[in-house]
Design a protein around this ligand. Sequence first.
Ligand SMILES: *Cc1c(COP(=O)(O)O)cnc(C)c1O
Length: 396
Amino acid sequence: MYGKIKEHLQDQLSQIREAGLYKTERIITSAQDAVIRLNSGEEVLNFCANNYLGLSNHPELIKAAKSALDSHGFGMSSVRFICGTTDLHKVLEAKIAEFFGTEDSILYAACFDANGGLFEPLFQEEDAIISDSLNHASIIDGVRLSKARRFRYKNADMKDLELQLQAAQDSRFRIIVTDGVFSMDGNVAPLDEIVGLARKYNALVMVDECHSAGVVGDTGRGVTERFNVRGEVDIITGTLGKAFGGAIGGFTTGKKEIIELLRQRSRPYLFSNAIPPSVVGAGIRMFEMMTETKELQNRLHRNTDYFVTKIKEAGFDIKPTKSAICAVMLYDAKLSQEFAARLLNEGIYVIGFYYPVVPNGEARIRVQLSAAHHQQHLDQAVMAFTKVGKALGVLK
Ligand SMILES: *Cc1c(COP(=O)(O)O)cnc(C)c1O
């Protein structure tokens, strides 16, 4: 049976390899941190993790996870509505709502599931979903699963959004859907203008805060804080897998009827396991830490400002960033791969991105800053970029 499809799959795999799009996985033998050890034995500085607040290996979270393991065990062996809901799950859901200034929250195994299970229960044929062209794959998939009409607007382009809103005026309900921070450029969605247009055209607003929560805004509450529209966004989705500890878990938070209906109808919630107590316990501690101090946010913002200033001074061309993502533009795909490989030899671990992940001719190296970085790490990175930049003729 397997014979024919085996050849077909082998063909596909070789096509991926020939196109230079084959993804390999580097193997790490240490915990996630600013400095990581690879299986080659070498230690490198990590500038490609979503570990924005340096919480992935934080002793407080490890302690909280261990304590929840002791009190509530290893796994739930159930979806939430059968016997998978503990007191800890309820506390974490309340903490998430408190943090974002929303009414209620619902946990998922990942934000991919939160987005995947969001639209189908809420919107029907007579409704319209108006989505930013650079939204995350999970939003695209989630929108596909709903029967609503789909509209797309150019990335963060408010003129185009307005046109799409006008085109969708005859629908029963409309919702504008956007990432908070776009992961390849590090730009933020202009949420103040989006909320303004939503009011004008009577639309709901949904923001995916995966790359912005913990990062953007003075206290890390995300783009709603940055644009002073807390409480004015109907639905926020986010992850525990990036700034918030980096383990696993996603959530939707917002208006209480929406959350209540998701608990009844959202398929990834109804048909997939509850997240384990250790992850939930660490999540609770994490949100407590967020409210106790701004220290990690401050450190992240200082590190980002410092790196962006220094890399510009060195002569590199970067995308304007409003987040902890700094795209160092190289434009040429091959160059981006060569550049990243040489940086690794200099002990700097970053990834070069090129088409189709970013537009053709816009290859780049994406640097992700973290509160875990020390100034000396940032200096080392800028020095290595400069050295490789000169060697490859990017800098004069
Ligand atoms: C990472 C990411 C997700 C997926 O989050 P997981 O919890 O890892 O599934 C969804 N949306 C955006 C914008 C992301 O960056």
